[in-house]
Ligand binder design. Structure first.
Ligand code: ARG
Length: 461
């Protein structure tokens, strides 16, 4: 590429241009080309306002608007290709406009800088794609809640320290995941609410001497209003941080869910049969069926955290207002948003098809003395102080182990009474895993009825 081929908006000041490699180094067209629809929208609102305010002739505003609309359509249809040699999407579109309309095209940038232009483009883009992402979250939640409802009564071990702890249900476990994703949904909504301010009119940093109408452009673009302070509007990337954090948190959730799935799909656990469509084989071991999709989602969580750290590091120490460093904000943010979207889609496909081995899950509730807490609380209900009840139940567990028994209910009533005289016949029914679960019917508990209530609540949000 020769210097003459470089389409730049700032050629007037400089006698020399960067060489081809240096020019490509500082260009961002490869990343910001996806902002084309928003750049067109922003420019159309801007020229319409310039026309209404008499800053440019009304008929020029009409021509510019029509040409911008045409460029947008051609880009969408693929009949106009984004030029890789352009510096960024803003330069490219203004260049095409000027190529086609001559001096009229040169009017579009009055009262504007690429600094407020890129800020408005990015915010508009996020106002478009983040609601789509929330749609993906909603769909994923729906799958989790459907599967949770289906398994509200499927008893399985609940774990702490990855050691069997107390019986729960698969529905309870899946609803726990859904509750986390529901918070993620709201995090994205919060971030969207705060970024809903229009930077246009901020110019490079200090506003403009031209009689722009900032309310007009803000309204035309669907913002709540113009940003309060122009310097803040071009320097602020809080919204990128917040959304990047929302992505990193969502990915951390998905990663933890997938870790559970990987464990459940192991031969040792055998709680889950991933369908063949969501598994891969091994190039050498003929017998293998691997949970690669779950592992890859777990792995991609690292990238979302990295992207967040990248943004923080980028912003820390940046002097006000705009610095070229800010151009680096988009690549990591786009990657995080793309990653979350792809992972949500894969995760929910996998979950929709997963076959749970509920018999094996229920059988795993026997043998680890998961009913020991229930035995202790049984004694508390009969009036024993909890610490004493805990000790009596622990002794019963030790008695069982010494006698080679796998559950408390295998001990006779006289044997149990050696540890507490309060044990009676009704203990046996209370120790059944399903009964242990059903008894936990407090709000937030694991009882099937209660889990169904939690699911209803989440569905209503
Ligand atoms: N491509 C730039 C970015 O993404 C646009 C703003 C450029 N402004 C400037 N003064 N160099 O941030």
């Amino acid at each position: 590429m020769s210097n003459d081929e470089q389409k730049v908006l700032w050629g007037g000041r400089l006698e020399e241009r960067p060489g081809a490699e240096a020019f490509a180094f500082q260009a961002s067209i490869g990343v910001d080309r996806r902002l084309a629809p928003e750049d067109i929208r922003g420019s159309r609102a801007h020229v319409a306002m310039l026309g209404r305010r008499g800053i440019i002739p009304a008929e020029s505003a009409v021509r510019l608007d029509a040409e911008l609309a045409r460029i947008g359509e051609e880009l969408a249809a693929g009949t106009l290709a984004v030029e890789e040699a352009a510096e960024d999407i803003h330069s490219f579109i203004e260049g095409v406009l000027t190529q086609r309309l001559g001096d009229m095209g040169r009017m579009v940038h009055a009262g504007r800088s690429r600094n407020d232009q890129v800020a408005v483009d990015l915010r508009l883009y996020l106002k478009r794609v983040v609601p789509e992402l929330r749609g993906e979250l909603d769909e994923t939640l729906r799958v989790l809640l459907d599967r949770g409802e289906e398994h509200a009564g499927s008893v399985m071990p609940g774990y702490t320290h990855l050691q069997r702890a107390q019986p729960v249900t698969l529905g309870y476990h899946l609803t726990a995941w859904a509750a986390a994703l529901d918070r993620d949904r709201r995090r994205f909504a919060d971030a969207l609410d705060r970024l809903d301010e229009c930077p246009l009119g901020a110019g490079a940093l200090a506003g403009s001497t031209l009689p722009l109408d900032r309310e007009d452009t803000a309204r035309a673009l669907g913002f709540r209003g113009p940003a309060l302070n122009g310097m803040d509007a071009v320097a602020d990337r809080d919204f990128a941080l917040e959304l990047s954090a929302a992505c990193a948190i969502t990915m951390t959730h998905l990663s933890r869910f997938c870790e559970d799935l990987v464990i459940w799909a192991s031969e040792e656990f055998g709680f889950l049969k991933l369908s063949d469509a969501w598994s891969t084989g091994s190039s050498i071991m003929p017998q293998k069926k691997n949970p690669d999709f779950a592992e890859l989602i777990r792995g991609k969580a690292g990238r979302a955290t990295g992207n967040l750290v990248c943004l923080f590091t980028l912003l820390k120490g940046l002097p006000y207002a705009y610095d070229k460093d800010l151009q680096e904000d988009k690549e990591s943010l786009f990657d995080s948003l793309d990653t979350v979207r792809a992972c949500l889609r894969m995760f929910r496909g996998m979950m929709a098809d997963a076959a749970f081995d509920t018999e094996r899950m229920e059988a795993a509730c026997i043998g680890g003395f998961l009913e020991a807490t229930d035995a202790a609380e049984y004694l508390v209900r009969k009036g024993l102080p909890f610490r004493k009840a805990h000790e009596a139940a622990a002794q019963v567990v030790r008695d069982c182990i010494a006698a080679g028994q796998r559950r408390i209910a295998e001990r006779s009533l006289p044997e149990l009474r050696e540890r507490s005289a309060l044990f009676a016949e009704d203990l046996y029914a209370a120790l059944d895993p399903a009964a242990c679960v059903a008894a936990r019917n407090l709000p937030g508990g694991s009882a099937p009825e209660e889990v169904r209530r939690q699911i209803r609540l989440l569905r209503n949000r």
